[in-house]
Unconditional design. Structure first.
Length: 105
């Protein structure tokens, strides 16, 4: 049984890092300009950019990666690893993308 203190602490999980619709659109356009899946390096059948940090209400708009439909489906159905990359590897790709995006401004 959880004490009141434990319940309060449990509910203080970090919230998702979201940006405005306008900024998200700009970030998505930047990621799509890479024109290749950052998981398998194929340039066909690209999907909407993927949040590399996701799940349990942790979507982070600062960690978008370009991804193809096949890799996107694999991540959400089978998980990691994928093409030799771990979840942390894809998060690092998202962090690099964010730095590149900020340098473009």
């Amino acid at each position: 049984m959880y004490t009141k203190e434990m319940q309060t602490k449990k509910n203080k999980e970090p919230k998702a890092k979201r940006v405005s619709k306008q900024e998200l659109k700009s970030r998505v356009e930047f990621i799509l300009s890479k024109e290749v899946c950052q998981i398998c390096n194929v340039s066909t059948n690209l999907d909407y950019p993927h949040h590399s940090e996701f799940g349990l209400s942790k979507k982070n708009d600062y960690s978008l990666i370009n991804i193809c439909v096949e890799c996107h489906r694999h991540i959400h159905t089978k998980g990691f690893p994928i093409h030799g990359l771990s979840r942390n590897d894809t998060i690092q790709i998202g962090i690099i993308n964010n730095k590149e995006y900020l340098n473009e401004l």
